[in-house]
Design a protein around this ligand. Structure first.
Ligand SMILES: [Ca+2]
Ligand SMILES: [Ca+2]
Length: 314
């Protein structure tokens, strides 16, 4: 079993190598940065889900965000340049320091629409051995398309990309400042239409992931802040925005649904968010993502601190 899995991963690696890669291409040449002005704003939503409350004033310094979610093509350049192997391609051994303390085979969580809405059928995530950024649906599925957002990445994977590319993950405050100030309400975003989780009508033009920038940019020029893939942040997850929750969560983060795992905030909702089930394609929406595994609906974009005033004046 393990040998078969390993063989299939090697085979898929060769295929992904065919994504028109230039091994020495610097990330800076492919990442498009958008200036985000400093702002003070209301973080959270007093009328939103419990985890979005209480709304509170927050401020972000000026910084920059990538115009789009990081794509498979951009991630492939990083991998080609560095030889990096993502966590989903490696899995975890039970003894590995910093890990979950149990064996997790190479693979990742993949969404699969159930055939009915009977309660016993309502489990739409499955762990797929061999699923990873190169083969998002699993070893028997199609290769990763260059212009789709990269998925099945952990925070550590995203941070490795960021170190190579000269950026970092945004904080939740930075991310939300960019989404709130641009007035994002999810009206023009890749989400789910129809009855979740059995039938996505794709009325917005896409069932599943959309190529980045398929939808109009927001007022700041950022695409897909809302919808398409949830986006990793650098911020530990807290069950809500209260001081108590922050204190309890600490640097490890805390999610009552997965209390043993370190967790971070993800933002913006995804192609799986539907009004009748998970109305989280909004700027204030947030969920927890553990640090051990990725999924087929979580990706990321990069932030970086603004260049110096000397650079600004050029
Ligand atoms: Ca859609
Ligand atoms: Ca997004």
């Amino acid at each position: 079993m393990a040998t078969t899995l390993r063989t299939s991963l090697i085979a898929s690696a060769a295929v992904v190598g065919g994504l028109t890669l230039a091994s020495n291409t610097r990330a800076d040449a492919t990442l498009d940065w958008v200036a985000i002005p400093a702002s003070c704003f209301e973080l959270g939503d007093a009328r939103g889900y419990a985890e979005e409350r209480p709304a509170r004033e927050a401020c972000a310094e000026d910084f920059e965000l990538t115009r789009t979610e990081v794509t498979n093509e951009q991630f492939a350049r990083f991998v080609s340049d560095t030889g990096y192997v993502t966590r989903a391609e490696r899995g975890w051994s039970a003894q590995e320091p910093g890990g979950p303390g149990e064996t997790i085979p190479a693979g990742s969580a993949v969404f699969e629409a159930p055939e009915s809405i009977r309660p016993e059928a309502l489990n739409w995530w499955r762990f797929e051995e061999g699923a990873n950024w190169r083969k998002p649906s699993g070893p028997d599925g199609p290769d990763a398309a260059p212009n789709l957002p990269v998925v099945h990445v952990t925070r550590a994977d995203a941070e490795a990309f960021a170190r190579w590319a000269g950026g970092r993950l945004p904080t939740e405050t930075e991310w939300e400042s960019a989404a709130q100030s641009a007035g994002n309400d999810g009206a023009d975003a890749n989400t789910w239409q129809g009855r979740f989780p059995v039938a996505d009508t794709g009325r917005d033009g896409f069932k599943g992931l959309a190529p980045v920038a398929s939808f109009e940019a927001n007022a700041l020029g950022l695409h897909d802040m809302i919808g398409n893939v949830w986006e990793l942040t650098a911020t530990p997850y807290t069950p809500d925005h209260s001081d108590d929750a922050r204190r309890i969560a600490g640097a490890r983060g805390f999610d009552p649904a997965q209390p043993a795992d370190p967790v971070i905030v993800i933002k913006g909702g995804s192609f799986l968010c539907a009004r009748d089930f998970c109305y989280r394609f909004r700027a204030a929406a947030r969920q927890a993502q553990n640090l051990y595994t990725g999924t087929s609906h979580v990706g990321f974009r990069l932030a970086r601190t603004r260049a110096t005033s000397t650079a600004d004046s050029r």
